[in-house]
Design a protein around this ligand. Sequence first.
Ligand code: UD1
Length: 457
Amino acid sequence: MEDIIINTSLQADQRSSSESSPVIEIWGKQPLSGHISVSGAKNSALVVMAGSILCSQDCRIRNIPDLVDIGRMADVLTALGVKVSRHGDMLDVDASSISHSRAPYEIVSKLRASFFVIGPLLARLGVARVPLPGGCAIGARPVALHIRGLQALGAEVHMDHGIVHAYVPGTRNRLKGGKIYLDYPSVGATETLMMAATLAEGETIIENAAQEPEVLDLANFCRAMGARIRGAGTNTITIAGVPHLHSTDYGIIPDRIEAGTFMLAGAITKSPISLSPILPEHLTPVIAKLAEAGTRVEMEGHNRARIIPGERLLPIEIETRPHPGFPTDMQAQFMALTTLADGDSVITETVFENRLQHVAEFNRMGANIRLTGNSAVIRGVPYLSGAPVTGTDLRAAAALLVAGLAAEGKTTLHGLQHLDRGYENIEAKLAAVGAKLRRIPDPALASTDMANPAVIV
Ligand code: UD1
């Protein structure tokens, strides 16, 4: 395949940035059958790309999904002087001659994960200037834990006109290992601090660390470059700093949230689809809650899962928690499923303070959901009706698409700028297993035929 140099426009970027705001039309109630391939994990890929800054030689990263967010992270790296080129799902990243310590506001403001370059930049150059990532649709998402942790590693940190300016004081240019206790097991803070500590002088211990699989994936990537990290994937991570990291060739884990979303697509349409590759140990709470809701997931071999739908959808209770608890990134998709359960379900969001905005959108489709504080009480209804709906964030958009697959008539999904951040070719993947849906560039061109679309892409 021809090499593509990434600058400001990845293919995926063009899909969702058009002024006419594309939509996806979904005609529900189609049974699905066949197999779906799961892409590389977005959240791993983003932080591993940031982590490549730590290395003074070139690195190859495999299994990178083609997503708007990946393009934005590539743009941040390019702006810092990193050479980034894509070959299919491989990314070659060369940070050997990294030249700038300032990440551009225009990109950081669009992609919270790009703030995570602060750790590796500081570790590598002794200085980093990164704009605050700002608010986002699902909550305030502060970065105090990142900053406090960097200070514990000896950095001075100042806020200047919205820019976080971090530097190592004195002439040694190298962070110093330290002991860090995180008040909350933040994924991003754990990743930022683990990356910063890999090149620090001496030992760092991060307590109450996040245990998400993506944290372990990042640790494995850093280890493949020669970092000395123990305990990643548990709540205590120990990092013995080394002076340099070396070149590596590393493959990202499969995306557990994308896989979980397709599992829900199978469950809600009662379709025995299969998925691979998946790592079932990353999906334990998702598989357990699906079983409670009446849908079994069976493994066929070590990385292929099959959905075994039950007769009925059963009501469930869910509370989102840091890993290994139930993932907040699967909350909205499970809400889609519970709208059709035989009884009342309760879903409580504890990770983000504003991540139930999709409730109003499900209710537009005929769901019966009442909000009390950070809990949603979902009274199952016999059917959903297709309606125009808007994805308020990435996972909400995916959840509405899943609901549309089970709804009667046509659902028109708006808000694809969110969906395209995190799902590679989602409509093609679903169409290949029998879903009737298509992306159209402008809602004004939407089909008026509610039951039988003329052309399905
Ligand atoms: C990551 C994931 C996101 C997922 C989330 C929780 C990436 C790119 N994104 O986001 O998909 O939903 O983990 O699994 O990997 N917090 C603070 N202070 C801080 C940092 C975080 O109070 O300094 C709070 C946040 O506001 C939030 C909670 O901690 O309420 C969890 O956030 P965090 O784990 O940091 O999530 P992200 O790393 O932003």
